[in-house]
Design a protein around this ligand. Structure first.
Ligand code: HEM
Length: 128
């Protein structure tokens, strides 16, 4: 990919499409769906705002909601490594379903989100 931030390269329309696809996959995932609200519109709006700033665009999440404190905000949900992998699998599938994001940009975005997702793990896997 050429210069600019990942946000500039991907663009607001493709990012919006990615977030919508991601949450429709989350909504049909057996382990993820139960911990999310039934109506994902507000969650998707917050995620789009967060990713816009995270990828180098305008800091919409900070402007609307303040500091994200992502790890603290996720503490009410028991997030195991397995669940983080499920979240990332939905993101990978959503990236594959968004062909207007180039493979290079998709890889870079996925790598960045992998680092954040691992940071959200707050519960040991339930291995017998
Ligand atoms: C909110 C789950 C990873 C960003 C949430 C919510 C859940 C959740 C259940 C609450 C939804 C709501 O009440 O609207 C998970 C799980 C993850 C994960 C299981 C697996 C590791 C991530 C990652 C990011 C992220 C990697 C950042 C890229 C957010 C944001 C919100 C959110 C911005 C909205 C926070 C707010 O209420 O203002 N997540 N999440 N999450 N998550 Fe995650």
């Amino acid at each position: 990919s050429t210069g600019g931030s990942l946000y500039e390269r991907i663009g607001p329309q493709a990012l919006h499409a990615l977030v919508d696809r991601f949450y429709s996959l989350v909504a049909s995932h057996p382990d993820l769906a139960p911990i999310f609200p039934a109506d994902l519109r507000h969650t998707a709006e917050k995620q789009l705002a967060f990713l816009t700033g995270f990828l180098g665009g305008p800091p919409l999440y900070h402007q609307r909601y303040g500091h994200p404190r992502l790890r603290a905000r996720h503490l009410p949900f028991p997030i195991t490594v397995e669940l983080a992998q499920a979240w990332l699998a939905c993101m990978k599938a959503a990236l594959h379903q968004t062909p207007d994001i180039t493979p290079d940009d998709a890889r870079e975005l996925y790598a960045a989100l992998s680092r954040v997702a691992i940071h959200m793990v707050n519960t040991p896997d339930s291995t017998p």
